[in-house]
Design a protein around this ligand. Structure first.
Ligand SMILES: *Cc1c(COP(=O)(O)O)cnc(C)c1O
Length: 395
């Protein structure tokens, strides 16, 4: 079969919920992807911030193959080895207390919302608690996660959503204070907003939210699904700020290609929320997914991923700043580490994304006008040079 046949079949049989680029991926190697015509692309999207270790890491692949031969699935009615090891590593890396594994980011958000509601319910027995979320946030597409996603366009056709959600402006502490009532049980936010357009939280804001939560016994939920797992140069973006969440959500690079997410609770939230019967999942935390998670943490350690991101990010920032300087279509850069956005003006960002793809560079967009760069975390200065050349050729 040819490339056009795969595309034709996909369009014929898949529900049309994505306008896909006309490329069919066949395999990956390091930081490069190859399509069904054998063309090579430099990947600065990593499957939307997922493939942090790049493609074809031998230790990762071997571990998964070994697990396939041992056991793939057990259910959570029993213990399994990879889940125990993965949970320990996630707790150690975060300094938080307890883990619940899910199959996706959106499910991790659902779990975090249930933790917050149960926490408040145990205090006063009432069932009308509220959650404050941020405008321009993104937390996923299931109804609970969509309810805290600050994007009216995504929400509108699916109303009524879950009740008791109030929205405030990210990086505007006064707007958060204005939404607090005696019913508020949680404030949910991304440490660095991703889909909304790459907006890092400011220190004052994150510290301010933490303080508010402490004063009023509200749970602070940090969504680290995109910005976590080393992307900002810290295992979790909040660690740079020294602002500790009560609940954290993870996914994307947590499995580096295998679908897995988690919500992680600090002691107070863990001690006073979900108990047996409150929450569950058939697949969540299965041996294959957790073997991936466990191996990912080992590889982050041995490859010193966070140190590498911290050391190499200034080079990426310098290159991107030079592009902003040189081209009128870029009006600025925002981001942290290997989570960067170029603000596009005067032309559709999709046009640049499409041209880049033709030139063998995979980049994606965020928000309405941001070119998003979320490469594998193993990129080198040479890869960054190649990215800049290919991007320039596309302008
Ligand atoms: C991708 C993303 C989600 C949703 O994760 P899925 O795995 O797609 O369900 C939630 N929050 C943030 C910040 C994300 O980037």
């Amino acid at each position: 079969m040819k490339t056009s046949d795969y595309i034709q079949k996909s369009e014929q049989y898949l529900l049309h919920t994505y306008n896909r680029a006309p490329v069919v991926w066949e395999r990956g190697e390091g930081v490069h992807l190859y399509d069904t015509d054998g063309k090579e692309y430099l990947d600065f999207a990593a499957g939307i911030a997922v493939y942090a270790l790049g493609y074809g890491n031998t230790r990762y692949n071997e571990a998964l193959k070994e697990q396939v031969d041992q056991i793939l699935h057990t259910s959570n009615l029993f213990y399994n080895i990879p889940q125990a090891l993965a949970a320990e590593k996630l707790v150690r890396a975060s300094g938080l207390s307890k883990v619940f594994f899910t199959n996706s980011g959106t499910e991790a958000i659902e779990g975090a919302i249930k933790v917050a509601r149960k926490y408040a319910y145990l205090k006063d027995g009432s069932t009308d608690h509220e959650i404050i979320a941020m405008n321009h946030s993104f937390h996923g597409r299931s109804l609970g996660a969509l309810s805290v996603t600050g994007n009216g366009h995504y929400q509108e056709p699916f109303k009524p959503l879950i009740g008791g959600i109030r929205f405030a402006d990210f990086n505007d502490l006064e707007s958060v204070k204005a939404q607090i009532t005696e019913k508020t049980c949680a404030i949910i936010l991304e440490t660095v907003q991703g889909e909304g357009g790459i907006f890092p939280g400011t220190r004052e804001f994150l510290e301010g939210v933490r303080k508010l939560c402490d004063e009023k016994d509200i749970l602070m939920i940090l969504d680290e699904i995109q910005c976590g797992m080393g992307r900002t140069g810290w295992m979790f973006a909040w660690q740079e700020y020294g602002v500790r969440p009560d609940v954290m959500t993870c996914a994307k690079a947590l499995g580096c290609g295998v679908p897995v997410g988690a919500f992680v609770l600090d002691e107070k939230a863990a001690e006073h929320s979900l108990v047996p019967g409150d929450h569950g999942t058939t697949y969540g935390g299965n041996p294959l997914a957790c073997r991936a998670v466990s191996t990912v943490f080992d590889l982050y350690d041995s490859l010193k991923i966070t140190e590498h991101v911290q050391k190499t990010a200034p080079y990426l920032e310098k290159k991107l700043d030079a592009l902003v300087e040189k081209y009128d279509c870029f009006s600025g850069r925002r981001g942290k580490g290997f989570m960067q956005g170029l603000v596009v003006e005067g032309r559709p960002v999709g046009e640049i994304v499409g041209k880049a793809l033709e030139n063998g560079l995979v980049v994606i967009s965020a928000g309405s006008n941001v070119l998003r760069l979320v490469p594998p975390l193993i990129i080198t200065e040479r890869d960054i040079d190649e990215m800049a050349e290919k991007l320039e050729a596309s302008l």
